[in-house]
Ligand binder design. Structure first.
Ligand SMILES: Cc1cc2nc3c(=O)[nH]c(=O)nc-3n(C[C@H](O)[C@H](O)[C@H](O)COP(=O)(O)OP(=O)(O)OC[C@H]3O[C@@H](n4cnc5c(N)ncnc54)[C@H](O)[C@@H]3O)c2cc1C
Length: 334
């Protein structure tokens, strides 16, 4: 059912879940729409098994645990949650004499709402893929763009592709899970990752637990039904080696784009953020707010905690606007 709700939240990362909590706390009816099939935004998709140290009240918390806690808090007032739907359109229309917003997604809607809080991060994101013809055919057969659960890689031969922190972190982080040596393929000689991680991996190379393939690229995937090996070419010498591989983990970053949101007539801050008034978190469209990484203003710092604070400002202002009230804090203590 697509009932009219008070506040719709676009994106279920840390900012979206915080906005859902605050909107519910202010007695607003809430709908969350998220393009991924999971809650948690970048924390769940990019670094679920890393520790986070800078969220207030949590001296050290694992990414998955942080998402679990944000979800427990954000969903406690029972919002309508739509996963796997990418928001694409926004229209303003009149219903029973009331001006409302109508939101269309790639597979549902229109979802009617009195206010919208955009917490879309960097936009709906997609992993960057290897430029190998037919690479998509290996999905579900051994190619991975994320490490969500380490156990998926237990006792498997793994080839990790990438030169950044994620690639190095997982070459180290899967040491107690995957079959070793773990192959690490990077198209350059130098890694962008933290020097200490590279040094640690080099030390493991000496123990036969990591195999470095630098100036190398994966050229072909082999297997019958599921992945068994990959061909790796040294781009300096032209030599090609076939390496056993049951799991090819490509950690090449993400493409993310605001997509259709950028065409809604909202003023942008730079190329990738929506301009907001930080005192209310309202965008340049009335009734449309933004918080978290997607919200921009001079001096913005893109961190979870900042987004959570902006979510509180956005939800409190959206709630007050709907009711025609002045924004006042409401304590949550009972
Ligand atoms: C490796 C790494 C480590 C980090 N470490 C820290 C740290 O230690 N501390 C810290 O504070 N921050 C850290 N960050 C940054 C932090 O993760 C982000 O600031 C935070 O996730 C932003 O939250 P958000 O809710 O604004 O956006 P996101 O987490 O990006 O969530 C946005 C959500 O919106 C969805 N979405 C986007 N467009 C659409 C659409 N059109 N329709 C439907 N859904 C859509 C996306 O799928 C996504 O799930 C780190 C980031 C990375 C990549």
């Amino acid at each position: 059912m697509n009932d009219l709700v008070d506040i719709t939240i676009l994106g279920a990362g840390p900012a979206g879940l915080a906005a859902a909590y605050y909107a519910g706390h202010r007695d607003a009816s809430v709908r969350i729409i998220e393009s991924l099939e999971q809650l948690g935004g970048q924390v769940a998709a990019v670094y679920p098994e890393k520790h986070v140290y800078d969220v207030a009240g949590h001296p050290k918390v694992l990414g998955t645990k942080l998402v679990e806690l944000c979800a427990e808090q954000g969903l406690q007032y029972g919002p309508d949650v739509r996963l796997g739907e990418e928001v694409q359109t926004l229209e303003r229309l009149s219903q029973n004499g009331e001006e409302v917003l109508a939101i269309g997604t790639d597979s549902g809607g229109p979802y009617l709402t009195r206010a919208l809080i955009i917490t879309a991060g960097h936009g709906a994101f997609e992993p960057r893929k290897l430029g190998i013809e037919g690479i998509d055919d290996w999905e579900g057969k051994g190619i991975h763009y994320f490490v969500r659960e380490k156990d998926v890689f237990r006792d498997r031969t793994c080839v990790i592709v990438g030169g950044g922190d994620s690639a190095l972190d997982w070459a180290l982080g899967l040491q107690d899970t995957a079959k070793t040596p773990i192959a690490l393929v990077h198209r350059r000689d130098n890694f962008r990752a933290l020097e200490s991680s590279v040094n640690e991996a080099r030390a493991l190379e000496g123990e036969g637990r990591v195999r470095f393939f630098t100036s190398c690229e994966v050229r072909e995937l082999h297997g019958d039904g599921s992945l068994q090996a990959v061909s790796i070419e040294n781009t300096k010498t032209g030599d090609v080696e076939q390496v056993p591989c049951e799991a090819l983990i490509t950690l090449l970053g993400f493409h993310s784009h605001l997509g259709a949101i950028a065409d809604w007539g909202l003023e942008l801050h730079g190329k990738r953020q929506l301009m907001i008034d930080p005192t209310t978190c309202e965008t340049t469209l009335p009734g449309v707010y933004a918080a978290g990484d997607v919200a921009g203003y001079e001096g913005k710092i893109t961190l979870s905690t900042i987004g959570m604070g902006e979510a509180a400002i956005a939800a409190n202002n959206a709630g007050a606007r709907i009711r025609g009230e002045k924004v006042q804090p409401k304590y949550s203590t009972d």
